[in-house]
Design a protein around this ligand. Sequence first.
Ligand code: NAD
Length: 454
Amino acid sequence: MNFKTINPSTEETIGEYELMPKEEVLSIAEQCESAFGQWKAMDISTRASYFRRLAQILRHNKDKYSKIMTLEMGKPIKQSLTEVEKCAWTAEVYADNGPKWLEDELVEADGKKHIVACEPIGVVLSIMPWNFPFWQAFRFGIPTLLAGNASVLKHSNVVPQCSLAIEESFREAGFPENLFRSVITDHDTIASLIKSGIVQGVSLTGSTYAGAKIAELAGKSLKKVVLELGGSDPFIVLEDADIEAAAKNAVTGRTINSGQSCIAAKRFIVDRKIAKEFSELFTKYMANLKVDDPMQMETDVGPLVNEDQVEQVEEQVNDAVKKGAEVLVGGKRLERKGFFYMPTVLTNVKSSMKVVKEEVFGPVAPIILANDEKEAVEVANSSEYGLGASVWTRDESKGLKIARQIEAGCVFVNSVVKSDPRMPFGGVKKSGIGRELSKYGLKEFVNVKGISVY
Ligand code: NAD
């Protein structure tokens, strides 16, 4: 079967691809398994040196890779460039710290010697979404390979050029042949691959729906999973916040990747006493954003990924308006070719509205009022998601206290939520299982082996 890819900015067809049949995918995975033996036998410091070369290759090809990303999924080009740079930096962070993070641990127990060693497990399958096509793939791939594993990538069919370019970057960096392979295939084939004896673990970044499906498949075959899923992150602005800074960052937090980020701020929970001032500033800054061709360096917000995504955002905003929300800015798609939706701020928002209950994957910001900090935390925790959260206050100790009360994988005080290779990343509740990045991500796909000498 063939499928087409479409430029979301122009609605023109970019390419046509054939899905790889099951036999081909299984054969690629077997080749990957063969490469694992040689790679696993290497000392981790030797493996680390490959990642320094990978960083160089990524930087060398930065313009080319950024253009592919923007072409296939519509991300503003300045953000594509930053994304490739972040992948290169992450490769360096792991090359520098990985050997130390994975060192044997010595434990005092009843024998002569007790060692905890982390050993690779084999071929790990990664299933990735279109929204950060390079970052998601490398955020998983770098630590997993550095730990000594091999990997097959099944990327979203929105971004096949990115998928092939990622595979090529490992090849260009001189990694052993077949250690990292990309497959373009259907979901049934992925189910067979998970079931096969070749794959030892699966990592999925994507929707909560897809995560549950993959967890079910992996569970049946008793394979380890890591799931990085959806989110509806709260952005809490307390009475004593720097309102100007909060409003400016609220714009960044909501509109990064044209609003299509798992860790975008999606519910703005604002103390009633400062809500008017915050809403006015926030609305003004949202209205000033340049929504245009994502290939232009000045563009802040590009198109959404496809027509379905625009229709879903339209439905969520219409539902809010029908239930009494007021549109302060935006509230509709742009009258032009491409899948553009205007940056939108909504007020008079109630918890029964879809913009609060569901994940909104577009530049739409509902403002929810809270009477005090206790109520703000209750509203924040009332979501079925628990990925990230952001709290704005001039009182650091209050910020830290609230950070501990919030049900999320990470909380940022006076900053938007962002990922950093030195810090763990992941969610609780329906936002996922397991962690990526930092030493915790490095240890997800290893056999934590205890060796005792008496
Ligand atoms: P998606 O769930 O539709 O697809 C993600 C990947 O899973 C794709 O490669 C898809 O083909 C694959 N997939 C889906 N169902 C499958 C099945 N039954 N068998 C095999 N593979 C299957 O998500 P998307 O639209 O590509 O991405 C957007 C979603 O990803 C949002 O919900 C977003 O919040 C989430 N996301 C989460 C994180 C995170 O780190 N938590 C990061 C980025 C995106």
